[in-house]
Design a protein around this ligand. Structure first.
Ligand code: NI
Ligand code: MN
Length: 223
């Protein structure tokens, strides 16, 4: 069984058996989080960029659990200096891990760290392809991302203001052509309040792609 747990904002945990992978582990200070970061177990932590609502508790969780932080070179070096295990990559590159592989993708956003770039990830996790867009605006090369790896799930920000809003994210779904979409990065603060139900209706109506709305604390079974 492969499961995807949602902790609100862009914070997810992907698990199969004893291998868990966290995306952008923003627990402390996340107003919609329901979990205790001191009880979160994982082997890998993927960090899309160094803004506080994404790098979040990555360093402290990595120190406590011995998890490896997978991120851009700049963040990996910083995590290494903090005493964490880390694996640096960069946009366009792919690497194999025990669970499958990770490809770093473009994200149109600030890096939050000197000299860096924000990124997204295409993760092959025991045969399931998941695109985690990170924080990004809409870009046409999303079509290429969907062509390189047939996507089972696309995790897309819909909050607007800092990232794509619901209309842009719907067009992203059209370019990526995933089997299903999961919205993220919304309803954490009033500034990014959105209606995921309306987003779901639009994506399903225009592209026929199912949208799974997760509430913080909810777990979706992927396989
Ligand atoms: Ni950001
Ligand atoms: Mn953000």
């Amino acid at each position: 069984m492969i499961s995807l747990e949602y902790y609100g904002h862009s914070n997810f945990r992907l698990t199969k058996n004893d291998i868990s992978l966290l995306f952008d582990p923003f627990f402390t200070g996340n107003p919609v989080n329901t979990a205790n970061p001191e009880e979160i177990d994982c082997k890998y932590i993927l960090v899309s960029h160094a803004h506080g609502d994404h790098i979040g508790d990555a360093i402290s969780i990595a120190k406590r659990t011995g998890a490896t932080i997978i991120s851009s070179f700049e963040i990996a070096v910083m995590a290494g200096e903090e005493g964490c295990k880390s694996h640096g990559m960069h946009i366009g590159g792919k690497h194999s891990f025990e669970f499958g592989s990770v490809r770093l993708t473009t994200a149109l956003h600030g890096s939050g760290i000197s000299g860096g770039h924000a990124c997204g990830f295409v993760v092959n996790f025991f045969g399931i392809n998941i695109y985690f867009a990170g924080d990004t605006g809409l870009f046409g090369d999303m079509e290429l991302i969907g062509r390189m790896d047939k996507l089972d799930y696309a995790l897309l920000p819909i909050g607007d203001n800092y990232t794509m809003g619901p209309n842009e994210a719907a067009q992203a779904a059209g370019l990526l052509k995933p089997k299903a979409v999961i919205p993220m990065h919304y309803n954490t603060w009033p500034l990014i309040d959105q209606s995921p139900e309306e987003f779901k209706k639009n994506v399903e109506g225009e592209f026929g792609t199912p949208v799974h709305i997760l509430t913080p604390g909810e777990t979706l079974r992927l396989a």
